[in-house]
Design a binder for this molecule. Structure first.
Ligand code: ADP
Length: 235
């Protein structure tokens, strides 16, 4: 896959397979193209060359078709992006109700409650985003992304906007999802998460995948100077 912004080539031939039930962590220096890669995976950015396949079917085509495909891809952003004038519960039921995923409001709310329980937020169902901490908002955002039953969940630095003491609660929800077999692609600076939770680690540098493999291979004996420089720089 390739992607440029004007004259700047941001993805220079990235080839990536994500298997069902697998957690892929994408790491690498700032500006290496990690965010662009995940945004391309749900066509928030169009690739200039190459394609994205979800469940074996290429993404693209007309608006309606693309919208249907995007539903298969959940996204969690760095800055939670909850709808500010809706409660946690409403944030979760909005898309499923619009898309008629369930048989009516009661069913949609019951599924939303289940998801809130899953992320440890059931006591806060009727609170608005401004009444919640950053970590709580991000957990609601994760529940919202799960509400469309996506095939894959994309995370773009989900903890980097959080105060340090709130990072753990979000990472532990993500680790639970991973243990449940959720397919996830996670751009992250949390090396411990990448090492302990990911099945596969992708190190990007200058728009390419420089090294990829199971965490123990990537973290322990890469022999790749740019990777070692990166680990040294982040301590
Ligand atoms: P990372 O997530 O690894 O920090 P990004 O994917 O955010 O990397 O950015 C890769 C490069 O693409 C950077 O040089 C960035 O400035 C550039 N870039 C990203 N988005 C845009 C855009 N919309 N327009 C122009 N340049 C962009």
């Amino acid at each position: 896959m390739r992607k440029s912004f004007g004259a700047v080539s941001v993805l220079n031939g990235v080839d990536l397979d994500v298997h069902r039930g697998e957690v892929v962590a994408v790491i690498g220096p700032s500006g290496s193209g990690k965010t662009t890669l995940v945004r391309t995976l749900n066509h928030l950015e169009q690739p200039d060359a190459g394609s994205v396949e979800i469940d074996g079917r290429p993404m693209g085509g007309r608006d309606r078709q693309l919208a249907a495909q995007r539903r298969r891809v959940g996204m969690v952003f760095q800055r939670f992006n909850l709808f500010p004038h809706r409660t946690a519960l409403q944030n979760i039921t909005l898309a499923p109700l619009q898309q008629r995923l369930h048989d009516g409001r009661v069913a949609a709310e019951s599924r939303a409650r289940e998801l809130l329980r899953k992320v440890g937020m059931d006591a806060h169902a009727h609170k608005y985003p401004h009444q919640l901490s950053g970590g709580q908002q991000q957990r609601v955002a994760i529940a919202r992304a799960l509400a469309m039953d996506p095939s894959v969940l994309l995370f773009d630095e989900p903890t980097s906007a959080l105060d340090p003491e709130l990072v753990g609660e979000v990472l532990s929800v993500m680790a639970e999802l991973a243990a449940d077999g959720t397919t996830m692609v996670v751009v992250t600076h949390e090396m411990r998460f990448a090492r302990e939770v990911a099945d596969w680690v992708v190190f990007m540098d200058q728009g390419r995948v420089l090294v990829q493999g199971p965490p123990e291979t990537v973290f322990d004996n890469s022999g790749e100077p740019r990777l070692e420089r990166f680990f040294a720089a982040i301590g």
